[in-house]
Structures are given as structure tokens and as C-alpha cells.
Design a protein. Structure first.
Length: 150
């Protein structure tokens, strides 16, 4: 059952690139951009992360904090952050537990081959932990994602 606008986001979000547990309450009083993406260092995911990096100051001024999530491990996230100079944390959702809670993990298809993967989806969570808006995979503009949120 996927979470949707109006639902309360879960308290435990997962473990970041440094092995630190990240909780929703860490962002109390701020809006949270929680974005799920398929894979570190792929073209679309890099474009999306860089759009959020480039718009990070504007997002912060508007009261947002940014948190990315993929099924990549902490080591992969550390390399991605370093390579792209990302100013925000990434959650290593290696067991896809968070993605399953949010409904962003499921069957995908490429060139006729079916596989399980992450759907590129962004959740805007308000200061009280309530999901305010969902930008679904068909709507996400990877190259202008920060502008899309603002």
C-alpha cells in the first residue's frame, strides 16, 4: 500500500551514506524533499541529483531539506556524493523496506526484460511529517527537478 498525499510519513527513514540512522524527527520544523531514484551514477539520476544540488540554496531558503533514497549501498552513495559534490544525505535502502512503504519499489520492464527496481518518485513532506505532494515517475523532470519543487 503506497503512501499518498495526506498520509503521515514513517518516523524511521533508514541509514545514510555514513551508517547513521535518519529519522523524520531530524527534520522537524522543515519541509522535506524525499526523492527516490533508481541508481547512483546513471545519467537520469545524476541529472536529478545535480538539479537538486544546483537548486539546494534556493530550496533551503524556501524551508526545504533534501534527502535522496536508492537501493545502492553506503559505499556507492559516498562515491556518488563525492563525485557530484552533493550537499545532502542519501539513504542506502538496500533492503528496499522504505521504498516498499512509500510504494516506489516494484516490477519494471526494459527491452522486454522484467526486473524489480525503484520508481523515480518525489515526496514533499510538510513540517509536521505529513506528505503534502507526490511527484510521480511520469512527472519528474530530472534536469529541472529543483525548479519543479519550488
Amino acid at each position: 500500500m503506497a503512501l499518498k498525499a495526506g498520509d503521515k510519513a514513517p518516523e524511521v527513514l533508514g541509514v545514510n551514506q555514513d551508517g547513521k540512522e535518519i529519522r523524520l524527527s531530524d527534520f522537524a520544523g522543515k519541509k522535506l524533499v524525499l526523492y527516490f531514484y533508481p541508481k547512483d551514477n546513471t545519467p537520469g539520476c545524476t541529472a536529478q541529483a545535480c538539479s537538486l544540488r544546483d537548486g539546494y540554496d534556493d530550496l533551503r531558503k524556501a524551508g526545504y531539506e533534501v534527502l535522496g533514497v536508492s537501493a545502492d549501498n553506503a559505499s556507492s552513495h559516498q562515491k556518488f556524493i563525492a563525485k557530484q559534490n552533493l550537499p545532502f544525505q542519501l539513504i542506502a535502502d538496500t533492503d528496499t523496506k522504505l521504498a516498499e512503504q512509500f510504494g516506489t519499489w516494484g516490477e519494471k520492464s526494459m527491452y522486454g526484460r522484467k526486473y524489480m527496481g525503484m520508481f523515480r518518485t518525489t515526496f514533499i513532506i510538510d513540517e509536521n511529517g505529513i506528505i503534502e505532494r507526490v511527484i510521480d515517475p511520469k512527472e519528474v523532470n530530472t534536469k529541472a527537478h529543483a525548479d519543479q519543487i519550488l
